[in-house]
Every structure is written in structure tokens, then in C-alpha cells.
Design a protein around this ligand. Structure first.
Ligand code: SF4
Length: 190
């Protein structure tokens, strides 16, 4: 049996991340690790090493779906992993990311006030006042935290839904970061 490495337990980090940010939204910034490391690894020639070894979210879906047997383990519809859907979803995801950065800019510029809400599925606003103490950080820092946490929670919820319905790691077949790093690897191979 393959001996376990420390990074085989990154799923625990994923749980810690969501828990810490639930009580103090400023911890949501740590989610940037999930955005930056896969890109840095792919750009520097490490290919999909992050996805295959270190992604806490991917591991969490496996632990819940496979080890805890929460997944129906059925094949996902083919369109979910089609090129059109994967790239379309990635573009949508990064447009939403860009909008989040823009909202942060508006708060930083004083054109908008901080909104202490977590937006689920880019639609449903959940009040989240307990997670930020006024004055504990600049408001734009908090705004970015709320936005990033919204994105992280939403993508994880989608991942959990498809984990329950299909195979444990179905999310990975259309995860924007997975699509992006795969695209980087293809460009580098040329
Ligand atoms: S595809 Fe996304 S969720 Fe899956 S391992 Fe890669 S970065 Fe993590």
C-alpha cells in the first residue's frame, strides 16, 4: 500500500478553511492559495500535480463520496465534461471573479458600502454579519473576503451536489481551475 504523504490530508485543511472563514470572514483570503498554486505549478512545468496531489477540495469530495460512501457513484452526463461546457463554465466563473474584484474596488474607492453577505449560487444573499467586526480590517479587505468566500462556498456546494448524484470527483471534470491548468499544460506542450 502506498504510504501517505502530508498532502494526502489536505481535505482536512479544506474543512478548516471553511470553518475559520465562517466565524471570521478575513480567513477567506486563504482561499487565494487554491487559485494561485495550481496556476504556478502548471506554469512552472508541474502539470496537474496540484490537482492530483494537493487539492483539498478534490480530496474532500473523494473522502465524502468514496470513503464515506455518500456518492451514488453513477456516471455523470457526458455534457458535464464536454469541452464547450468546461470552457463556458470557466469563462462564466472568471467573469464572476472579475465582478467580485470590481465590487471590492468600488468599496475601496468609497463608491459603495461594505455588504456583509455571502451570495450563494451568485443569487441568494445570506446575511453574515457575525463574521466581521467593524474596523478589524479595511472594508475593501472584508468585501473581498465576503466575495471570495461566496465563490468558494458556491463552487463547493455545486461540487457536493454532483458528488452526491454522480461519481465522487465529478466536480473536477468541469472545475474552472482544473480547466485552466489543463489549458496551460496544453499550451506548454505545443
Ligand atoms: S479540478 Fe479543481 S477541485 Fe479538482 S483537484 Fe483540480 S483544482 Fe481541485
Amino acid at each position: 500500500m502506498k504510504s501517505k504523504k502530508w498532502y494526502d490530508y489536505m481535505w482536512i485543511w479544506a474543512i478548516i478553511y471553511f470553518s475559520l472563514s465562517f466565524f471570521n470572514i478575513l480567513f477567506a483570503w486563504l482561499g487565494m492559495i487554491d487559485f494561485l498554486i495550481p496556476v504556478i505549478v502548471a506554469v512552472t512545468g508541474g502539470g496537474k500535480w496540484f490537482c492530483n496531489n494537493m487539492c483539498g477540495r478534490g480530496q474532500l469530495f473523494r473522502v465524502l463520496g468514496k470513503n464515506c460512501k455518500l456518492s451514488r457513484n453513477k456516471p455523470a452526463p457526458k455534457w458535464l465534461s464536454s469541452k464547450g461546457f468546461r470552457y463556458g463554465f470557466m469563462i462564466f466563473f472568471f467573469i464572476m471573479f472579475g465582478n467580485m474584484v470590481y465590487q471590492t474596488y468600488l468599496v475601496a474607492a468609497g463608491a459603495k458600502s461594505l455588504r456583509q453577505v455571502v451570495k450563494l449560487f451568485w443569487t441568494f444573499k445570506v446575511p453574515f454579519h457575525w463574521a466581521y467586526t467593524s474596523g478589524s480590517a479595511p472594508e475593501w479587505v472584508a468585501q473581498y473576503s465576503f466575495g471570495l468566500y461566496s465563490l468558494m462556498v458556491t463552487s463547493t456546494l455545486i461540487g457536493l451536489i454532483v458528488m452526491l448524484l454522480y461519481k465522487p470527483r465529478t466536480w473536477c471534470s468541469f472545475c474552472p481551475m482544473g480547466t485552466l491548468t489543463q489549458g496551460i499544460c496544453k499550451i506548454k506542450e505545443k
